[in-house]
Design a protein around this ligand. Structure first.
Ligand code: AMP
Length: 515
């Protein structure tokens, strides 16, 4: 099994249907995409001297060549290491070093930085620019057939976003990618040629993964020319490409929903917005539903179980008359078709419904392990279940509500406090735009709750008494923040996830009594 067969197959079946679009323009039809990938694979093997199993990194902004590089890598039997192009050069160097990448494919914007790493990163032999004349020459090499791979061979070395430490490379196999794609059809949508997927989020992460079922079914992959999220551009692309789905982090969904160009656009061509990767707060979800209608589908997954642990379907979102609709909208939905999901205690024993513990998952979508880290692999996969590090509980209907990353849990006076719950309450204040709650070490209580608050656009910070009152009205007294910090913005990583460790760092050495 090698997922590259999808491109080769579509090239025969629909040679003159669009495969990759550069904005509104067709970059390649399936016939050309298939022959270019087969040519690139030959070039990678025979001109660049790469062998099946070698790692080839991609450090590029979203662009059509990204998909050519990725499928060329797979076609040649190599392992792709898609690196977040917005990382700092030293962070990129770490990933190249750790993965032992021999080659990196990159674009103009990153070429200088990457060239400076040749010689510094031991394994790195060459940096190849795309687009470039060389790229085009590689693409017209005498094509080779798709290199056969075992389903357990690594396809994608997925570096975790590192919100809690150094990124680790999750080895995602061809079977993992196949299962993730099949369960997209089982749980999210059926796809057809003529449908489209918009890559407004980085292809190195969720958008790249969610793109795969679209490639499998012959839909067109649309890369916005802005390289990101631009309301006017997205409105235009929606007119051009029917049956459009896109993956968006919750912060992106929020931005799109409040963008007048998107809100005013004809949404007939919009099929599905898949959101996930971080908590979606209820107020933001309600706003997004009012703009996009029942086109939202939530996914909970992680690099170690790509795209696939639980999901909250479009039908769930639409079922607003259900007695527990609000609770469901705050959940991450039910276990996906191809996995088993449990909530367990510290000894891996099942916890009863309603009790909070670590979420563990098992299935053919779960990674083979962490690259070159046998101890971390054994720890994460102990007992044959992936330990997600996320904390949550099931309700009686099987809906999972995540509380937090286990590392973000606050224990104050022996009581567990889940920051998400406090954040949800503070976000109800109209003067609050964003909030993140963390624990601060405390001699007396172990930890105390501190809220970092970003005031709503154009308003001054809301009075602490108001925020306090809101908490007292909605959650137990011990959960309310003992201190507030008003900030202009929250530190986030390049995928928009709030970096709580940085917030905790900002509190180091503070006395607990100041508020
Ligand atoms: P990554 O491996 O970088 O994609 O990060 C995965 C982590 O993001 C998960 O372990 C969760 O902590 C978080 N996450 C993913 N999806 C969701 C979701 N739908 N709701 C809340 N948190 C999520």
């Amino acid at each position: 099994m090698n997922v590259a067969v999808w491109v080769a197959r579509n090239g025969r079946r629909w040679p003159s249907a669009p495969a990759i679009a550069d904005g509104e323009r067709v970059h390649a039809h399936w016939g050309a995409f298939a022959s270019r990938t087969a040519g690139l694979a030959a070039g990678f093997r025979f001109e660049l001297g790469l062998e099946p199993g070698d790692r080839a990194a991609i450090v590029m902004q979203n662009r059509p060549e990204y998909l050519e590089a990725k499928f060329g890598i797979w076609h040649a039997g190599l392992m792709a290491v898609p690196v977040n192009a917005r990382l700092h050069r030293d962070e990129i160097a770490y990933i190249l070093e750790d993965s032992g990448a021999r080659i990196v494919f990159t674009d103009d914007q990153h070429a200088e930085d990457l060239d400076s790493l040749v010689g510094r990163v031991e394994s790195l032999e060459e940096v190849v620019l795309a687009p470039s004349d060389r790229w085009d020459r590689l693409a017209v090499a005498d094509p080779v057939p798709v290199v056969d791979r075992d389903p357990t061979d690594g396809a994608w070395l997925f570096y975790t976003s590192g919100t809690t430490g150094r990124p680790k490379g999750a080895v995602i196999t061809h079977r993992n990618l196949l299962m993730a794609s099949l369960s997209y059809f089982a749980d999210i949508d059926q796809l057809l040629p003529g449908d489209s997927v918009l890559h407004a989020a980085p292809l190195s992460h969720g958008s790249g993964l969610y793109g795969l079922p679209h490639v499998a079914k012959g839909a067109v992959s649309v890369i916005p020319q802005s390289g990101g999220v631009d309301g006017d551009e997205i409105a235009g692309l929606l007119n051009r490409w029917p049956g459009m789905s896109l993956f968006a982090a919750p912060t992106m969904v929020k931005r799109l929903a409040s963008d007048p160009a998107v809100a005013g656009a004809d949404l007939t061509n919009l099929k599905t917005i898949i959101y996930g990767g971080a908590p979606m707060y209820l107020t933001d979800l309600e706003e997004a539903l009012s703009v996009f209608g029942p086109r939202l589908d939530q996914i909970y997954g992680q690099g170690e179980s790509p795209m696939t642990i639980t999901g909250l379907s479009k039908a769930d979102h639409a079922d607003s008359k259900h007695a527990r609709w609000i609770e469901r909208m705050q959940s991450v939905g039910v276990a996906r078709t191809d996995v088993q999901v449990r909530v367990v205690d510290a000894n891996d024993r099942d916890l009863p419904m309603g009790e909070i513990g670590e979420v563990v998952v098992r299935g053919d979508v779960v990674m083979a392990g962490y690259w070159s880290q046998p101890d971390a692999t054994a720890e994460a996969l102990r007992g044959g279940w992936l330990h997600t590090g996320d904390v949550g509980s099931f309700d009686e209907d099987g809906y999972l509500t995540l509380r937090d990353r286990s590392k973000d849990l606050i224990i104050s006076g022996g009581m567990n406090i889940y920051p998400r719950e406090v954040e949800e309450v503070l976000l109800r204040h109209t003067g609050v735009r964003a909030v993140s709650v963390v624990g601060r070490p405390d001699m007396e209580w172990g930890e105390t709750v501190v809220a970092f608050v970003v005031a709503a656009e154009g308003s001054s910070p809301p009075p602490i008494e108001d925020l306090d009152r809101l908490c007292l009205d909605h959650i137990a007294r011990y959960k309310r923040p003992k201190a507030y910090r008003f900030v202009d913005s929250l530190p986030t990583n390049n995928y928009g996830k709030v970096l709580k460790r940085e917030l905790r760092g900002m509190l180091e050495g503070e006395a607990y009594s100041d508020r």
